[in-house]
Design a protein around this ligand. Structure first.
Ligand code: SAM
Length: 282
């Protein structure tokens, strides 16, 4: 499959009776979820299809999986969630995921995501319930030896992007696509910092001289830079392509950040993130 559009097209819900992701306020997710987040992940998986062929065990780790189906605000129909879209593109390329490890704080969601993948014929799908910083420990134990893993780390807020999640993934042969919420660092950032809301996501941030010296305009960027440094300290390199996802009013919401230990995946992510078809990243 040269382009992953087939996997991104609206497909029937294999389990229409099950819960659907409608965003933290229940009004439908932003159009940037399928257009930017899911599109980038599926384009990346499509572009790496030849590399995956060399790995008999191919694992998706999704510790904030949601129910596997989303409804975009203003749309009357539903679309695949991230894990289902990722599974479809791998399947369509003849490199189906051999294991899918799904976690969500809300077990009805991780189990709904599993049910949808099971219904599509996915193999070895396991659902975990609990906060990602705890569940990830069990999830990692279920990764078979010698597997190539792709971790999709997609929390609603920075507060839940506990650094211990990345630490738990680090011993694996894994590439990581993570959504770092910039928005959280722009809203009441000084008060939130003072009460330690982001300490688990960015350990040591309140002692960092660059962060201490930042003003409200530079604070988000300094926190982001500190977090990238911390992840690099675990032996990962980051792609220079870190697209900023914006909402419909043009406000920055997330940075989509990709970490790997080898040049090939970093190069492919860089190419995909600059793909002219991804208007946001053009
Ligand atoms: C952005 S949504 C996931 C969307 C999904 N990744 C997708 O692309 O379709 C975030 C999910 O994280 C779950 N969640 C919230 N806090 C969590 C936590 N601390 N640990 C694990 N899951 C959490 C929510 O229940 C929600 O389903």
């Amino acid at each position: 499959m040269k382009k992953p559009e087939a996997a991104m097209a609206v497909q029937p819900d294999p389990c229409p009776e099950l819960v659907v992701e409608t965003g933290p306020e229940g009004r439908g997710v932003g159009s940037w979820v399928p257009q930017d987040k899911h599109r980038l992940v599926t384009h990346y998986l499509n572009a790496t299809r030849h590399a995956w062929k060399n790995w008999p065990k191919r694992v998706l780790i999704d510790p904030f999986c949601g129910p596997g189906r989303i409804r975009v605000a203003g749309e009357s129909f539903t679309r695949d969630g991230g894990a289902v879209a990722a599974w479809r593109v791998m399947e369509a390329n003849g490199v189906a995921l051999t294991h899918v490890l799904l976690g969500d704080k809300d077990g009805t969601r991780s189990h709904a995501c599993k049910a949808r993948l099971d219904a599509l014929g996915a193999q070895n799908v396991e659902a975990f319930t609990g906060s990602a910083d705890q569940a990830i420990i069990e999830m990692v134990k279920h990764v078979p030896r010698g597997a190539l893993c792709f971790a999709y780390v997609d929390p609603y807020s920075l507060e839940h992007l506990s650094f211990s999640i990345i630490e738990a993934l680090a011993p694996l042969k894994v590439d990581i696509a993570a959504h770092f919420s910039i928005m959280d660092l722009r809203r009441n950032a000084d008060q939130e910092l003072a009460r330690g809301r982001f300490d688990r996501a960015i350990p040591g941030m309140r002692d960092d001289s660059r962060i201490k010296g930042a003003n409200l305009v530079t604070l988000a960027d300094e926190c982001f830079a500190k977090w990238v440094d911390l992840v690099q300290g675990l032996g990962f390199q980051h792609s220079k392509a870190m697209p900023l996802v914006t909402n419909n009013s043009g406000h920055g919401l997330y940075r989509l950040v990709f970490f790997a230990r080898h040049d090939l995946p970093l190069r492919i992510w860089g190419d995909v993130a600059k793909d002219k078809n991804l208007e946001l990243f053009g």
